[in-house]
Design a protein around this ligand. Structure first.
Ligand code: MG
Length: 369
């Protein structure tokens, strides 16, 4: 059973901030998708770290290839569930557009720097600013003029909020959940990065298949079957065979779990979806696998010495450059320097650094420090 009845209805579109005529043959979400792909912030994902910096290997994910993997998984889920694939795809492509350089280390350090001013850095909010104003491609309006629904999905990527919790989010239906197409993204992201980080961590030699099997439910059974079926295959090929089945297991469990939760909640319409707790979830069978996978990656990848060392360096570098621009605002490029007239300097510095790729950050730090 698909959830076709809960597919986001075109009649419910709230549309764009600046009205535009419909396109001859592209739907509104297809146009949003195309605007995101053509944005500079999207292209910069190519040189932003996902987990492993580029000094580890040329084969590992960066934030752009991760984004493409999320989009592909999310589209499959949306299509299997009878939801609007174009809506889901636009959101998947935008989901990391606000990420600063150097992955989570970058985000943490920018947030730490901002807290000294009683402020914060939040990559979902930064993403909203990118699509609302930083991208300059249209003569008639700032930003990309995306539909309300895509902007709402972006700010509600991984969490919901109540009225008044954050003034800037108040127009995005606080207290209500986003449509199912948007709820899919957070979990599609999880399936993509848990399996991708396992892949990259295994290639980096951080652990063996036996260690995964000992810690992650279902992995051992999948691996046994593969080894029995392809005993002569090299270990790295056996690993890939298991990995594919693991992605399939998690994605299928998301489809089944979501159908189950929709059925047991009795929701019938978009309005019901908005008022119910989030409905997209994995089935009971695969949730422990997903949880164990997360824990395994934390212990065997994210908190290992080479990655901790990368994080430490990234945090140190960002702190230094942030402090440098606070002391030397004249070194900011023109467009950013002009913003100091309307905004506090720390906000301008934060936005500038958040937009940088890893490579541009390194070149700027080398030039100035
Ligand atoms: Mg992501």
């Amino acid at each position: 059973m698909a959830l076709t009845g809960l597919r986001f209805p075109a009649s419910a579109l709230r549309g764009r901030r600046y009205p535009e005529l419909p396109h001859r043959y592209r739907g509104e979400f297809q146009r949003d998708r195309d605007r995101i792909i053509h944005a500079r912030a999207f292209r910069r994902l190519e040189d932003k770290t996902q987990v492993f910096g580029d000094r580890f290997s040329d084969h590992f994910r960066n934030r752009l290839t991760h984004t493409i993997e999320v989009a592909q998984i999310a589209r499959t889920l949306a299509s299997a569930l009878g939801l609007d694939e174009d809506f889901t795809e636009a959101l998947a492509l935008a989901h990391d557009i606000g990420h600063p350089p150097f992955a989570h280390a970058g985000e943490e350090e920018l947030n730490r720097q901002m807290r000294a001013f009683g402020d914060t850095f939040d990559h979902n909010l930064h993403a909203l600013h990118i699509v609302e104003s930083f991208e300059q491609r249209y003569a008639r309006f700032p930003g990309l003029n995306l539909t309300f629904e895509v902007r709402e999905g972006m700010v509600k990527h991984s969490r919901d909020f109540e009225p008044g919790e954050r003034a800037e989010f108040d127009e995005y239906l606080p207290g209500l959940r986003p449509p199912l197409e948007a709820q899919l993204i957070d979990l599609a992201d999880e399936v993509a990065y848990n399996t991708a980080d396992l892949d990259d961590g295994h290639s980096a030699g951080l652990f063996t298949m036996e260690e995964i099997a000992a810690a992650v439910p279902h992995y051992g059974e999948l691996a046994e079957e593969i080894v029995w079926q392809f005993p002569a295959a090299p270990e790295k090929v056996q690993f890939q065979e298991v990995l594919r089945r693991l992605i399939d297991l998690l994605a299928s469990s998301l489809i089944e779990g979501t159908i189950e939760s929709v059925q047991s909640s009795g929701v019938q319409s978009l309005d019901d979806v908005r008022r119910s707790p989030r409905l997209v979830r994995m089935s009971g069978e695969a949730s422990p696998t997903n949880r164990a996978l997360k824990k395994f990656l934390f212990e065997h990848v994210y908190s290992t010495p080479p990655l901790m060392e990368e994080r430490r360096k990234a945090c140190e570098g960002i702190a230094e450059l942030f402090q440098y621009f606070l002391r030397h605002p004249a070194e900011l490029p023109d467009g950013h320097r002009e913003r100091i007239e309307e905004l506090p300097l720390h906000r301008v510095v934060c936005d500038y650094i958040a937009g940088m790729t890893d490579g541009f950050f390194r070149r700027t730090a080398t030039r100035l420090l």
